[in-house]
Design a protein around this ligand. Structure first.
Ligand code: HEM
Length: 482
């Protein structure tokens, strides 16, 4: 069966840039061009924006899960949402944190590099699995400061029995349970949005599923609460002049307190976070960061390898910018150099948009795109279609990174490219994700020749609130750059 994204793309082909459809009794207006929502959902100012609520946040199901009065993703309380989002964005975009991220990514990449070299270049690697483990280790370290040893566990699992090694002690108790419950968060959101309360509460089989899902969320929350409390205790026991770890959790715990070594000041957000607020924000940061970053990387590697001329130019840029002896990529180089690599990253995100759909709700009566809309109308939009729309792109189906280079800047249409969202609900992790993806692509192509195992096959994708890369098999051969 086609997924929701494929279905909505087919609807666009049939009905054009604006159409409506129903999910149960809920009516959704679908927009496939930016100008149609320019005075509505794509308005930039928070003050005049009428669409800060996600469609699902109005559902009774999300209310039952408690997602509508806390956190960021489903929060209906505009003041709390704004407070949480302002502080989170501030922490995630701080230069000190981004610098630390680039260096942590390199450390974890070196670990993966060692495993790939030991495995040799004749075996196909299931790269979606490798990247998933790499991103789990990286993001959990960046978010909490903890090590999860996902890469070493996966490496061990692919070794023949006589070569398996003892694993390092996992710092998160019951780590695989934690990960599987975390990954169940989006499907839980879908279940509670789509399945009506009457079925959830009274039909025995369905009621059990609902209770089971809620029980898993409770467990997840209590595990994250333990991590938060431990870190809080650790910070309280430190001397004031002792250097603090640099991770998101430490920043969230200290912001707006006297322990804040970063001395962050965020307008209209001057109080510290409560423990409860931090738990929710951490869970949402895990959920929003893991699958999106893994799939962005996998689709990027696929697109590079699928286009040998692009790969040659990308590798030439990397080789000309960093020497083979350079074991340390510095943050400023990652941020300011490698223009062609940047362009390739953007073109890949345009061709396969990882978060292609959004849906928000009008909080007041409104008028745009030539129609009047009453409060409560859900407006959905398809970034995936916008990214390949003939109104904005020349030869949209052709993979041509040059369109993003400075010399072609004039040809880019404003706001036609929105891989991190284009509404007030856009992504607070954008800078972090961009640095992460760029660092990994530079490291991978500077140290390995990368080939697809099945170059004629299309990459496998599935829509699960984001486009997930389902399978990517590659051969890696260590490069000898002399
Ligand atoms: C390449 C990786 C990523 C991509 C492509 C991506 C994309 C997006 C997009 C398109 C949205 C808006 C969705 C909408 O309009 O409904 C979003 C929201 C969000 N993202 Fe990201 N994201 C990425 C990485 C991250 C990271 C690393 C974090 C945090 C550590 C993060 C945290 C969030 C949060 C909390 C929201 C919700 C914002 C709100 O509801 O106001 N994302 N992301």
């Amino acid at each position: 069966m086609a997924d929701a994204y494929t279905f909505l793309n087919a609807m666009h082909k049939q009905y054009g840039d604006i159409f409506e459809f129903y999910i149960g009794s809920r009516r959704l207006i679908m927009l496939n061009r930016v100008d149609l929502g320019e005075n509505g959902v794509f308005k930039q100012s928070i003050k005049s924006n009428n669409y800060f609520l996600r469609d699902a946040a109005l559902s009774q199901g999300w209310e039952e899960l408690g997602w509508t009065n806390r956190g960021i993703i489903g929060n209906r309380l505009i003041t709390d949402w704004l407070f949480n989002k302002r502080l989170l964005s501030h922490c995630l975009s701080s230069t000190k944190y981004l610098k630390e991220s680039v260096s942590s990514i390199q450390q974890i990449f070196s670990e993966a590099e060692g495993y790939w070299k030991e495995l040799g270049d004749s075996k196909p690697l299931e790269f979606t699995e490798w990247m998933h483990c790499f991103i789990v280790d990286t993001q959990i370290k960046l978010i909490t400061g903890q090590m999860t040893y996902s890469l070493s566990s996966y490496y061990n699992s692919v070794l023949p029995p006589h070569l398996k090694k003892p694993l390092p002690r996992q710092s998160l108790e019951d780590y695989s349970k934690f990960m599987s419950y975390l990954l169940a968060w989006p499907p839980t959101g879908q279940f509670f949005y789509f399945v009506p309360p009457l079925l959830r509460h009274y039909v025995p089989g369905i009621r059990h599923i609902a209770e089971w899902l809620k029980m898993r969320l409770k467990w997840l929350e209590s595990e994250v609460a333990k991590i938060v409390r431990e870190k809080k205790k650790m910070i309280e026991n430190m001397d004031n002049d002792e250097a603090q770890e640099l991770n998101l959790l430490t920043m969230l715990l200290t912001i707006n307190t006297e322990r804040d070594t970063n001395k962050f000041k965020v307008e209209n957000a001057e109080r510290p976070f409560t423990e409860e607020e931090i738990v929710e924000i951490l869970i949402e940061a895990f959920i929003a960061a893991l699958d999106t970053t893994t799939s962005t990387l996998c689709f990027l590697f696929y697109n590079i390898c699928k286009h040998p001329d692009v790969k040659s130019r990308l590798v030439a840029e990397i080789d000309a910018t960093i020497s083979s002896q350079d074991n340390n990529l510095d943050y400023d180089s990652v941020t300011t150099l490698f223009p062609y690599t940047n362009a390739v990253m953007k073109e890949s995100a345009r061709m396969i948009t990882v978060v292609p759909l959004g849906a928000q709700v009008a909080s007041k009566d409104d008028e745009f795109a030539g129609y009047k809309w009453s409060a409560g109308t859900a407006v959905a939009f398809n970034y995936g279609v916008i990214h390949r729309h003939k109104a904005y792109w020349k030869d949209p189906e052709i993979f041509r990174p040059e369109r993003f280079l400075d010399e072609h800047r004039d040809e880019l249409k404003p706001r036609a490219f929105m891989p991190f969202g284009g509404t007030v609900k856009s992504c607070p992790g954008k800078l972090l994700a961009e640095r992460l993806v760029k660092t990994v692509v530079i490291l991978l192509f500077s140290r390995f020749e990368v080939e697809l195992c099945e170059p004629d096959k299309e990459v496998k994708r599935k829509y699960v609130l984001n486009n997930r890369c389902e399978e990517l098999k590659v051969y890696l051969k260590a490069r000898n750059r002399g």
